[in-house]
Design a protein around this ligand. Structure first.
Ligand code: ATP
Ligand code: MG
Length: 424
């Protein structure tokens, strides 16, 4: 679990701002859920024999009432719970997003943390492949807006529950016949979650995985049509993709379309965004059967990619500089400068007011380091006279003494470039 220090946190804010605008542009509305949920919600939604529920959840018993609780490992289950609890679907289909920390007890490594952050996007009540394709196209646009290149799209279809069941029976039979080639994890999952075996990264098992029956060969017409529909729209939007038949996703609730966006610039943890359709989940959690489709982006990985591609900006320069730095010295000057700073903020400027005293010289050094365009200097002389000295920090122009009540206007003219030569 990481502290996110200011240089990094400012990059996160830039990321958040871009993402919020982008979500609004696609008609998604925000929803905020609690970070803690009853443990059974995740067991029911994600599945008992998934990595998350088997070994990654931070669960505890509420000492006051004995309730089993869990720090959320993902957002979809909570989002569906909230939507059902508040009957949001009575208002028709919904496009929703949320963001925040998620918790999984994993082995920490680059790009894999125990508290990490996601932006999650969920659409409820849309049956066709159009929403699947739109969500994928959305991602493509975001990478574009963030100027991130080389994020590859992989898609697959998981078919329907019945198709998976038929495939599953054949898969188990095949894996039983090749039991000797399976590692301990796979043997354990043989009955409980054989599809997940196909997702194994164990190099010794790749051969047996290659030869396994393919779900694609068990798909009925409707599933094929849906997958075809998604692909047709992706082609329409000129979004390149690769079909990866081994993409099965680690959560049980998916059906039909699944997708991942993967980069090779982050080492082993290259998946920056993942999602798909989960038409069964809402009913499974007690709601009326409703189609659903969503995805989640890993913020740590995307921010790392932004740094990788565009370099890190550090120190004060990383922060957006204030417009004005207020320098002051003397007993009379303090209240006058304090009032002036507030008045300038009231006029809409970003103002750093010097705190902590020190000589004019040391204060001017601070003003310079802040990146401000202008220093407003108030000594006892200016305070007595109700004026201030204006100094241009970024160009060679004579400083001016002007009445305090004209400061906002004069600075305004300067900052918008009407009078950039300093000759006010
Ligand atoms: P992985 O196969 O990498 O464990 P996952 O299938 O468990 O991923 P999802 O539950 O689909 O991941 O979460 C969506 C995204 O959230 C991932 O693609 C990744 O970018 C990010 N993510 C998931 N787990 C972590 C983690 N422990 N630390 C940082 N980011 C994570
Ligand atoms: Mg995982």
């Amino acid at each position: 679990m990481n502290d996110i220090l200011p240089d990094e946190a400012e990059l996160w804010e830039r990321f958040d701002d871009a993402v919020r605008d982008w979500l609004r542009a696609y008609g998604y509305r925000p929803i905020r859920m609690p970070i803690v949920e009853p443990t059974p919600l995740f067991a029911r939604a994600i599945g008992e024999v998934t990595d998350i529920v088997e070994k990654e959840m931070y669960s505890f018993v509420d000492a006051l009432n004995g309730e089993a609780l869990t720090l959320r490992p993902e957002g979809t289950a909570s989002c569906v719970r909230a939507v059902l609890q508040h009957s949001l679907l009575h208002g028709g289909p919904q496009r929703l997003w949320y963001a925040g920390p998620m918790f999984r007890h994993e082995r920490p490594q680059k790009g894999r943390y125990r508290q990490f952050h996601q932006f999650g996007v969920e659409a409820f009540g849309y049956a066709g492949p159009d929403i699947d394709a739109e969500q994928i196209a959305m991602c493509a646009r975001l990478w574009d807006e963030l100027a991130l290149s080389g994020i590859q799209l992989e898609i697959n279809t998981l078919g329907s529950a019945e198709e998976r069941l038929r495939h599953r029976a054949e898969l188990i039979a095949y894996l039983e016949n090749n039991r000797g080639a399976l590692d301990a994890d796979a043997q354990r999952r043989l009955q409980s979650n054989p599809l997940r075996i196909l997702d194994s990264k164990n190099p010794r098992m790749q051969e047996v995985i290659e030869g396994a029956p393919k779900l694609m060969d068990f798909l009925g017409e409707a599933s094929q049509e849906h997958f075809g529909g998604v692909q047709a729209l992706l082609k329409e939007a000129c979004i390149p993709y690769r079909i990866n038949p081994r993409l099965v996703r680690g959560l049980d609730y998916y059906n039909l379309t699944v997708f991942e966006w993967v980069t090779d610039k982050l080492g082993a943890q290259g998946t920056v965004c993942a999602g798909g359709r989960y038409d069964g989940l809402i009913e499974q959690l007690g709601g009326k059967a409703t189609q659903a489709c969503g995805f989640a982006m890993g913020v740590e990985r995307l921010v790392a990619l932004m740094k990788e591609e565009h370099g890190a900006v550090t120190g004060q320069a990383a922060q957006s500089a204030p417009d004005i730095y207020v320098v002051h010295q003397g007993e009379l000057a303090l209240p006058s400068a304090f009032r002036t700073a507030e008045a300038l903020r009231g006029a809409g400027y970003d103002v750093l007011f010097h705190c902590g005293g020190g000589s004019f010289k040391s204060q001017m050094k601070r003003a310079d380091m802040s990146g401000a365009q202008i220093a407003v200097i108030i000594g006892d002389d200016e305070a007595t006279e109700g004026s201030a000295t204006l100094k241009y920090m970024r160009e060679d122009a004579p400083q001016k003494r002007i009445p305090q009540d004209q400061l906002a206007d004069v600075i305004g003219n300067y900052l918008i470039g009407d009078d950039n030569d300093g000759d006010l």
